[in-house]
Design a protein around this ligand. Structure first.
Ligand code: HEM
Length: 259
């Protein structure tokens, strides 16, 4: 039985069809799960960058956003386990997404050469975007993992001062600039490609839909890159001013006034 199954697999490997002449459904299923995990990650990152930008309003506001995301609505004062749990969940989704995506990486000189000649023959911007996805996706393997590991291992070290100390004194800004650029391009281009692939937001003509989606895509990228850079600059400024008191926790105004 096992021998027969193995022989069937070998035949499918050669002719790219099952013995009964049908195509396997597995590649389409893998594609679906790649899209699903991609959407979860892309939506997460859009909200995440908004939450991080709370520092642009005030330290107190960033403090309360952190407390809320640490589950203060369920447990008094919040619990860092919520942050660690969320980071673990995102990490698992990221690993599954990366595993499914790695199938599409050009993994030999022959495939790379074919991609290059194809791009030159059809110099279509959307083909080039696939190259951007490969490069940014590769960067994210490393940088997103580093960041998530830090969030899983030190979930209580988040706040207006602790985050700023990490960004300024511990030089995490270098990692965040690379991460911000890579994740923003990857997530938004990914959503754009999904919208084209699955035919979401169809307008009158295919061309008109594409042009509209391109405008929205570029607008979203610019908005988040500007917001992310401004937030990072705000954390750097606070970290710079706070460097002599590195490691001290922020005490919100209502507690200082109340005490
Ligand atoms: C649940 C998981 C996550 C948590 C708890 C988390 C938490 C944080 C926190 C607290 C900051 C502020 C800086 C600091 O304290 O060091 C930050 C910044 C940042 N995070 Fe995350 N993060 C998570 C997942 C991710 C993922 C998956 C990505 C991208 C793949 C990401 C990308 C970024 C970027 C780019 C910044 C800098 C923000 C900016 O420039 O405005 N984060 N994150």
């Amino acid at each position: 039985m096992a021998f027969r199954e193995n022989t069937n697999d070998i035949i499918e490997g050669i002719i790219d069809k099952k013995v009964d002449g049908k195509k396997s459904k597995i590649p389409a299923q893998l594609d679906f799960y790649q899209s699903l995990t991609g959407i979860i990650l892309a939506i997460f990152i859009k909200f995440h960058l908004l939450f991080v930008s709370s520092i642009l309003i005030s330290k107190d506001f960033m403090y309360s956003v952190d407390k809320f995301l640490s589950g203060s609505f369920l447990v008094k004062g919040g619990d860092p386990a919520f942050v660690a749990g969320a980071a673990f969940f995102i990490f698992v989704v990221l690993v599954v997404h990366a595993l499914l995506a790695v199938r599409k990486f050009p993994n030999s000189y022959r495939q790379y050469r074919n991609f290059k000649s194809h791009t030159m023959m059809y110099p279509h911007n959307d083909t080039k975007l696939w190259g951007v996805q490969i490069i940014t996706g590769f960067i994210l393997f490393f940088f997103a993992s580093m960041h998530l590991y830090q969030m899983m291992s030190e979930p209580s070290n988040i706040g207006p001062y602790l985050s700023s100390d990490r960004i300024w004194t511990d030089n995490a800004w270098v990692m965040y600039i690379i991460l911000l650029l890579a994740v923003e391009l990857h997530a938004t281009i990914g959503l754009y490609r999904l919208a084209i692939k699955w035919g979401w937001f169809q307008g009158k003509t295919y061309k008109a839909t594409r042009e509209k989606l391109k405008l929205v895509r570029n607008g979203i990228i610019i908005f988040y890159l500007v917001l992310g850079t401004l937030s990072l600059a705000a954390y750097m400024k606070i970290g710079y001013e706070h460097q002599n008191n590195y490691g001290e926790r922020y005490i919100p105004t209502h507690k200082v006034v109340g005490s």
